[in-house]
Design a protein around this ligand. Structure first.
Ligand SMILES: Cc1cc2nc3c(=O)[nH]c(=O)nc-3n(C[C@H](O)[C@H](O)[C@H](O)COP(=O)(O)OP(=O)(O)OC[C@H]3O[C@@H](n4cnc5c(N)ncnc54)[C@H](O)[C@@H]3O)c2cc1C
Length: 450
């Protein structure tokens, strides 16, 4: 029925061995649940969480990626109903020719619809569009008793908002309807600006919030002194047909995800270090234009630059890497500044360092976004002094009324997490009702007592 497999998240840390089942038919799932081992069950999509959210050492992991059929399309209203193992890339390939794009896209399109709901993912448009679950009018959830519940925010708000952001702990999402975003073309009209320091970066992001649908700042986390927090900010909205060069207008919805180049299987440990990241950051910053307006970019280049190289995470070597992402409320700009100061003082090398502003939160009990500043960083796991730096950041974030992201975190203590998520107790109550014997459990949930 299933094979034993060692699994990790995208960060390649904390491996654990589980039985892994990969059913092609949702009808096979109740049988798998009935035969579930004592250590319980968790769903897994494309394994793009950085941590062990989709792992269950000693238990069963159900990979959903073969349950990937598009079930219904309403091309007039932009509604698509699909199995939960459908990837966002599949949604794009299917819906773009009809003029519809995913409502929210994380920095990779290699995530499943189930994973996008379970982590209630956000994109560069959170300030105008909120998180993924806001665009999901309904899903079907297989619960521990083997029943399938049709859940909408109106019919069952508690279960809906415990599942959205609930990291797979309420059951297995089988199918979902997604309300897509209508777009005039498949290209993005992008403005790029280079800022000199953190104050200019935050001021620019605040001033231009309403001018673009999508915005993000890539920041140089190693820059110091007068250059602290210098950034390259890219902002854009979908291009109108007239914005495209004449030669591209005949194929306004062109989208070619294409074959990905693979990273070599083995990289030496220590390739990503203070020196190499400082050089890369410098080069990245210098090569960006001081100001460039109206550049036309593809969806891949604008939304998913890292998807261009398959398994780019191998560059961190066998020890892997940690992603740390916080959000701190507006009004805490000084704390954001201090986080940059401390990271650059510690010379902790993160090449992918991304700052952006979140808009309104949704009612997800464990959803990550809140109105405020979010910063995401990738650190090689073996960075000297990393544990102390991240503990210090936890304290700063907690004190500022912020939180870290459950799809990324791999080390925050359970007590700290509980203080960051004030609705955790409500979440636990919904889980206790829907899954009294606690069948759905992951390595992450065990560590954090979710
Ligand atoms: C390069 C990169 C960039 C990223 N950028 C962003 C970003 O910008 N914004 C953002 O929000 N996230 C981002 N992420 C994180 C990613 O979007 C989330 O971790 C997402 O949940 C991954 O989806 P997945 O299908 O790979 O799920 P997995 O990683 O396999 O699982 C994630 C969680 O979803 C649960 N789950 C999966 N399928 C189901 C199902 N059918 N039913 C119930 N639960 C399920 C799992 O149990 C687990 O708890 C990024 C990740 C990478 C690697």
């Amino acid at each position: 029925m299933s094979d034993r497999e060692a699994l990790t998240g995208w960060g390649h840390t904390a491996p654990s061995v589980a039985q892994v089942a990969e059913p092609a038919e949702p009808a096979d799932l109740p049988g798998l649940l009935r035969a579930a081992p004592q250590r319980g069950v968790i769903a897994r999509g494309l394994g793009r969480s950085y941590n062990n959210a989709a792992q269950n050492g000693g238990g069963l992991v159900i990979r959903t990626t073969r349950m990937n059929r598009i079930l219904d399309i309403d091309a007039d209203r932009g509604l698509v109903t699909c199995e939960a193992g459908v990837s966002l890339e599949q949604l794009m390939t299917t819906m773009l020719p009809l003029g519809w794009f995913v409502p929210v896209s994380p920095g990779t399109r290699q995530v499943t619809v189930g994973g996008a709901i379970a982590a209630d993912v956000h994109g560069k448009n959170h300030h105008v569009a909120g998180s993924f679950a806001v665009h999901v009018p309904a899903f079907d959830l297989l619960t521990s008793g083997g029943q399938v519940r049709h859940v909408t925010p109106g019919s069952d708000p508690d279960l809906f908002w415990a599942t959205a952001g609930g990291m797979g702990l309420t059951g297995i999402i089988l199918r979902a309807t997604v309300a897509m975003k209508q777009v005039p073309t498949s290209r993005v009209r992008v403005d790029t600006v280079r800022t000199a320091d953190i104050d200019e970066t935050m001021a620019y992001l605040s001033d231009t919030d309403s001018a673009y649908d999508y915005t993000v700042a890539w920041s140089d986390c190693l820059a110091r002194g007068g250059s602290l927090g210098r950034s390259v900010i890219t902002s854009g909205s979908f291009a109108a047909l007239d914005d495209l060069p004449a030669k591209d207008r005949g194929d306004r919805y062109a989208f070619r995800p294409g074959a990905l180049a693979a990273a070599p299987p083995v990289f030496p440990t220590g390739l990503v270090n203070r020196r190499t990241v400082a050089l890369l950051n410098e080069a990245w910053y210098r090569k960006a234009p001081k100001r460039r307006i109206g550049e036309i970019q593809t969806i891949g280049a604008f939304f998913h630059p890292l998807d261009g190289i398959r398994n780019w995470n191998r560059v961190y070597g066998p020890a892997g890497f940690l992603q740390y992402q916080y959000v701190m409320p507006f009004g805490q700009e000084d704390a954001v500044r201090r986080s940059f100061e401390r990271i650059s003082q510690a010379a902790a090398p993160s090449f992918v360092t991304v700052l952006k502003r979140f808009g309104q939160a949704d009612p997800g009990l464990l959803s990550f976004p809140m109105p405020g500043w979010t910063l995401a960083l990738d650190f090689p796991a073996r960075t000297p002094g990393l544990a102390g730096l991240l503990d210090w950041l936890d304290a700063l974030v907690l004190d500022a009324g912020g939180r870290v992201y459950l799809a990324k975190d791999s080390r925050v203590p359970a007590g700290v997490l509980a203080r960051m998520y004030p609705r955790l107790e409500e979440f636990r109550k919904v889980c206790a009702q829907i899954d009294p014997d606690r069948m759905f459990i992951s390595d992450l949930a065990r560590r954090l007592a979710l």
